[in-house]
Design a binder for this molecule. Structure first.
Ligand code: EPZ
Length: 416
């Protein structure tokens, strides 16, 4: 398993190009199952997760090629309707093929995804939504089976805002008969992107980006070319990298309109953020001011930035309170940051972070993708050497992170 070795204390400077969004690419690749015509997807990040999604589609009988950020998918001859446990257990987003297969073929079988390190991660809302559209759901031998004679549009209220359920129900309903309403739908930029892609293929979706999405079923979808949005979580991670190293980083290809929540908080810490043409420039200060956060569905402060924010607050000039409201166990990075000299205590879903003057490099272990990003950020700031193990979690969601950081001056290397 690869490790990162970071010599901390370098002020990061320069430009970084933000990659395509992982959490948009995954449902969009899955959605190519809804048509037998060719789809060309651009700006797809080279990540383990996007590779796993491609592999899953191929295992169902689809044809997928992935080169230089472009996925070419042609899913004319789908012959298998079962997503196997060995793929689903490595990537929970595999569950997206369920909505797409059900939508086009009225049948799908997916291994029941288990809980994961950040929480239980139920999929009850996906399944009850499929039932409202007319599917019959059974669970046997660890697999969820959905079958329907036909799917019919329905009025569906999601009692928790869920990105996954919104995406899966969108895919299941685009080819259903009549109109579907998704109420209390997720408003994340990746949901909007999925809707734009589906509309490119001929779907009739309105209201994407609001909490009520309306889908007028169509009889079939065509092929098309689509460019996936860039990754706002990656962009925000680099913004925090500038802030935590007292550096100055220019983000290229960043989705400026999606960065608001983290931008406002960074301004509170004293960082400076400027638009420079289409680029965004972030300049840190030596000791950031403390700033509290409550994670929330978009447009709130993203749970996928909570861990990185904690690293920044760990070197702030005071105490801050971080409330994690989405995932019940998303504090696995706390003991690791404390090993680096941070002063963080947790109670339930609240972390109290008291800033310390400096962090000190230490051997630490990554538990999940964003926890990994927080440890990299802490390592960049810390005095001395930080050795980060289990970086495969980072490879799931950050494209060439060490190369991008190296280009900004970081002393980071990957060792086998
Ligand atoms: C997506 O996960 C993201 N993953 C996660 O990013 C992200 O943390 C999360 O949305 C929240 O923004 C992808 O997009 C691939 P949810 P998802 O369904 O869809 C509850 C990362 O680091 N819930 O929006 O699985 C659930 O327990 C990853 O990139 C139900 O109760 O999340 C949670 O509290 C980690 N029943 C809340 O909703 C359900 O059926 C939000 O979950 C579904 C969800």
């Amino acid at each position: 398993m690869d490790k990162f070795i970071i010599e901390g204390g370098v002020v990061l400077k320069g430009k970084v190009k933000i990659s395509g969004s992982k959490n948009a690419a995954l449902p969009i690749i899955a959605a190519t199952l809804l048509t037998g015509k060719e789809c060309l997807l651009k700006n797809i990040p080279q990540l383990n997760d996007t590779k796993v999604m491609n592999k899953l589609i191929v295992s169902l009988g689809g044809k997928v090629a992935f080169e230089a950020g472009v996925v070419r998918a042609e899913n004319r001859n789908i012959s298998n309707f079962k997503a196997p446990y060995d793929l689903v257990k490595t990537m929970r987003a595999s569950v997206y093929v369920m909505g797409a297969l059900l939508g086009r073929y009225h049948k799908a079988e997916v291994a029941m995804p288990g809980g994961c390190i950040i929480g239980e991660r139920p999929i009850n809302l996906h399944l009850s939504g499929f039932e409202k559209l007319g599917a019959k759901i059974t669970v046997e031998h660890g697999y969820i089976k959905a079958v329907a004679k036909k799917l019919k549009g329905a009025d569906i209220y999601l009692d928790t805002v869920s990105v996954g359920a919104t995406a899966n129900l969108l895919m299941a309903s685009v080819l259903a008969e009549g109109k579907t309403l998704l109420r209390n739908a997720a408003q994340e930029p990746h949901i909007l992107d999925l809707c734009s892609f589906l509309n490119t293929l001929g779907a009739k979706i309105t209201g994407a980006g609001t909490n009520t999405i309306s889908i007028q079923g169509v009889s079939s979808l065509k092929g098309g070319t689509y460019e996936v949005i860039s990754d706002y979580i990656e962009a925000e991670t680099f913004m925090v990298a500038a802030a935590i190293t007292n550096g100055k980083i220019t983000l290229e290809n960043a989705p400026a309109e999606n960065l608001q929540a983290v931008k406002e908080k960074l301004l509170e810490t004293g960082a400076e953020i400027k638009k420079n043409g289409i680029n965004i420039e972030v300049r840190g200060i030596k000791t950031p001011k403390p700033s509290n956060i409550d994670t929330a569905p978009y447009p709130g402060f993203p749970t996928d930035m909570q861990a990185q924010w904690m690293s920044l607050m760990a070197v702030s000039s005071g105490a801050s309170i971080l409330n994690e409201t989405i995932w019940e166990k998303r504090f696995m990075h706390v003991p690791e940051l404390n090993r680096m000299g941070a002063n963080i205590t947790t109670k339930g879903n609240t972390a109290i972070v008291t800033g310390v003057r400096e962090l000190s490099g230490a051997p630490v272990m990554v538990s999940d993708l964003r926890a990994g990003a927080s440890l990299v950020l802490a390592g960049l700031r810390a005095k001395g050497t930080t050795e980060i193990s289990r970086v495969y979690h980072l490879d799931r969601g950050y494209e060439s992170i060490e190369k991008k950081l190296e280009a900004l001056g970081a002393r980071i290397k990957r060792v086998k």
